[in-house]
Design a protein around this ligand. Structure first.
Ligand SMILES: NC(=O)c1ccc[n+]([C@@H]2O[C@H](COP(=O)([O-])OP(=O)(O)OC[C@H]3O[C@@H](n4cnc5c(N)ncnc54)[C@H](O)[C@@H]3O)[C@@H](O)[C@H]2O)c1
Length: 297
């Protein structure tokens, strides 16, 4: 990894949920493109390991641990980036949770509240805390939405609802903050190859897992790296005229009319190997955890 003249050279970025899954790939991709990265996650998340790997590969990164859905922790996270690197150019609101699947009549209140906290509060708190610094650099925000936030998600209806909030909220931010030169965009992943979409490591049962992949016209899950590539574009100056947009990285599932994936030949449905070292793909956050206080890691 030689961060000499990447598309994010000299930019300072915070990646929330950067210790696992898609966030790990975003952190490594951004570092590879020359950004200084604050890798933020819960204390239990392997953010320190991701930082070590970025630094060992020649990049620059620091870890921040804490629950960024809390106002003071979100402010501390933004302050850590500014203290460490002198400014903030990019906020990636990637942190999120997907703790349960069930029809709505049996859906646990605890899981609903957990998503409100980690999918909605975290996005709001981080965005509000970051804006004064993003206005100074004419920076930008890229947030994790979901195809579920656009279309709804059977078997986890409140999840789609929380992502619908992210879509509408950040479109409003895009319009409101344009006069300060701040852009805001949304990445809407389809089923990605992280802990969430495997019955062994996430809350999907085998039927839901199968239907999820069958519904994808490209016939497979996306990789975390394929999603990170789109984040890197939107965060870069190459996307200077893109704001308020939602980029679906979903293999076509959002516009799909049914289960096409099982018609795709196996050689076409094979995932690309990629170039980033991503050992934590299955280390995601799929259970309900206690809150932790924020501190520099
Ligand atoms: N995996 C998919 O198929 C998929 C599909 C659509 C959207 N997404 C979105 O992409 C994002 C990443 O998903 P993933 O599959 O990589 O998940 P993941 O569980 O692998 O990673 C998410 C990380 O965010 C952290 N996190 C959550 N809430 C936090 C908080 N309040 N403070 C600090 N850290 C917090 C978790 O601990 C975890 O490490 C999520 O926002 C998710 O909604 C994922």
């Amino acid at each position: 990894m030689t961060p000499i003249s990447g598309r994010l050279t000299g930019k300072v970025a915070i990646v929330t949920g950067g210790g696992a899954g898609i966030g790990e790939a975003i952190s490594k991709k951004f570092a590879k493109e020359g950004a200084f990265v604050v890798v933020a996650g819960f204390a239990e998340d392997p953010v320190g390991q991701v930082v070590e790997e970025i630094v060992a590969a020649g990049g620059r990164a620091v870890a921040f641990t804490g629950d960024i859905s809390h106002e003071q922790t979100a402010q501390a996270c933004v302050q850590a980036a500014v203290d460490q690197f002198g400014k903030l150019d990019v906020l990636v609101n990637n942190a999120g949770v997907f703790p349960a699947t069930s029809t709505l009549d049996k859906y646990p209140t605890e899981a609903f509240e957990y998503m409100i906290k980690n999918n909605i509060y975290s996005n709001f708190m981080m965005t509000r805390a970051a804006l004064p610094y993003l206005q100074k650099t004419r920076g930008n925000i890229v947030s994790a939405g979901s195809e579920a936030g656009h279309m709804g998600e059977p078997q986890n209806t409140p999840y789609g609802g929380t992502k619908g909030f992210v879509h509408a909220f950040q479109r409003g931010v895009a319009v409101e903050q344009a006069k300060f030169g701040v852009r805001s965009n949304i990445v809407g992943p389809g089923p990605i190859d992280t802990a969430w979409t495997h019955k062994e490591t996430g809350p999907m049962d085998s039927k839901m897992e199968k239907l999820t992949v069958q519904g994808v016209p490209l016939g497979r899950r996306g990789t975390a790296e394929e999603v990170a590539n789109v984040y890197a574009f939107l965060a870069s100056d190459e996307a200077s005229y893109v704001t308020g947009a939602t980029y679906f990285v979903d293999g076509g599932v959002t516009i799909s009319k049914g289960p096409h994936g099982d018609e795709v030949p196996s050689d076409l449905a094979k995932e690309p190997e990629g170039v980033l070292a991503l050992e934590h793909e299955k280390d995601g956050h799929t259970e309900i955890r206690q809150q932790d206080a924020g501190h520099m890691a």
